[in-house]
Design a protein around this ligand. Structure first.
Ligand SMILES: Nc1nc2c(ncn2[C@@H]2O[C@H](COP(=O)(O)OP(=O)(O)OP(=O)(O)O)[C@@H](O)[C@H]2O)c(=O)[nH]1
Length: 373
């Protein structure tokens, strides 16, 4: 990280949206709703599951083997094997003019998918990482069955915890009490992800696209919207296990939730780059599988501008130096979503490497940085 940093990569790669959510939670309904918008006509859709394509038949224009062109103009393929192969192949076919020139990709995963290895894949394969970038993780949660699903299935908890945006589906069937309980639980599990209500797939593309660090319209970094560090201020999650304060939980039904934690470090002093990099290396080498997501902006000694970091598990995107600090606040802010890994452990290792104790919580001032928040 002390090496020269690449320039801000506003246009680097085709944005990829990961649409996930538990079995039957409404992913395909949301996808169908999205594809009805003309703005989605230049998207490619990858459905990462076996079996028939679950999109509305009216939307399907002509079918080839594993790839179809939808009436909306979108290209759609089902992936039976390797996601990497599909992304590589799609890109090569686009370059050769064999498929329409798509400018974004939406991947609908199976309901049981763990998003972490999929994001890992996007970052790990050199060709894929050079051509595509993660725009955002969008997760459907069923307002009727969501609570029971979160109780029973750890995959669902992980999905919700890793979301950049949560879509609450089937609210037309849920009681206000069910909706409130689910919203409260999701706010604990994932304080930063805005929750959007979607009934029968009625959704604007803007609600789920453009969630990455770089604003697709202004081409500039939108740190406030991306990091949402301020969201952790209200209830920092290192006391995540103490749910009895929140009324709607009881006995051990939250065992999955308790394994997942979301918290934010705020570091006042600029950090020594080598120490920071060493800390990240050690953390990812030893606890990679427990690191679901890390995002942050860091003030490194010797760098006038902030450095953005983004990683999952053992892997980090190349650090990107942003054009400027978003405001007068030059503190480093790093958001963590972990599983079976306490805040204290990360704080201790950070202190050991950098000589600085991170403070808890985000920063309310970040909230004012962006009109998109
Ligand atoms: N009433 C109501 N039904 C919905 C809503 N969203 C989805 N559904 C229904 O819920 C069922 C499951 O929706 P899908 O979109 O197939 O869910 P999925 O997550 O793609 O399902 P899998 O691919 O099987 O995991 C379907 O019968 C949908 O019509 C909603 O907002 N309201």
């Amino acid at each position: 990280m002390s090496a020269p940093l690449p320039p801000p990569a506003a246009d680097a790669g085709i944005p990829v949206t990961l649409l996930t959510g538990f079995l039957g939670s409404g992913k395909t309904t949301v996808l169908n709703g999205l594809l009805r918008h003309p703005a989605m006509g230049t998207a490619a859709v990858i459905i990462n599951e076996f079996g028939a394509i679950a999109l509305d038949h009216q939307l399907v224009e002509n079918a080839r083997d594993d790839m179809i062109l939808l009436k909306s103009g979108c290209l759609c393929c089902t992936v039976k094997g390797d996601l990497i192969d599909s992304l590589r192949r799609l890109f090569l076919q686009r370059v050769r003019g064999e498929v329409p020139e798509f400018d974004r990709v939406v991947i609908e995963t199976t309901g049981l998918a763990d998003p972490a290895p999929i994001i890992h894949t996007l970052m790990a394969d050199p060709l894929v990482a050079a051509r595509y970038r993660l725009d955002g993780v969008v997760v459907t949660v069923d307002a009727v069955n969501g609570m029971a699903t979160l109780d029973e299935h750890e995959e669902a908890v992980k999905q919700a915890a890793m979301a950049d945006r949560l879509l609450l589906t089937k609210t037309d069937l849920a009681t206000p009490g069910q909706q409130a309980a689910l919203a409260a639980r999701l706010a604990l599990l994932n304080p930063a992800a805005p929750r959007v209500t979607v009934i029968a797939g009625a959704i604007e593309p803007a609600a789920v696209l453009g969630l990455g660090l770089f604003d697709p319209n202004s081409k500039s970094a939108d740190v406030g919207r991306w990091l949402r560090a301020e969201a952790y201020e209200a209830h920092d999650h290192h006391d995540h296990g103490h749910h009895e304060h929140h009324g709607h939980h009881h006995h051990d039904v939250n065992r999955h939730d308790d394994r997942v934690q979301a918290f934010c470090f705020t570091i006042d002093q600029p950090v020594e780059p080598f120490a920071f990099e060493s800390w990240l290396n050690v953390l990812t080498s030893f606890r990679g599988p427990n690191l679901l997501r890390i995002k942050g902006i860091v003030n490194l000694i010797g760098h006038d501008r902030p450095v953005a970091i983004h990683g999952v598990q053992t892997l980090f995107h190349p650090a990107v130096e942003l054009p400027a600090w978003p405001d007068g606040d030059r503190r480093s802010r790093i958001v963590f979503i972990t599983r079976d890994l306490d805040r204290a452990v990360i704080a201790e290792t950070f202190a050991a490497f950098t000589g600085t104790d991170p403070a808890a919580g985000g920063d309310a001032r970040l909230a004012g940085l962006s009109s998109h928040v």
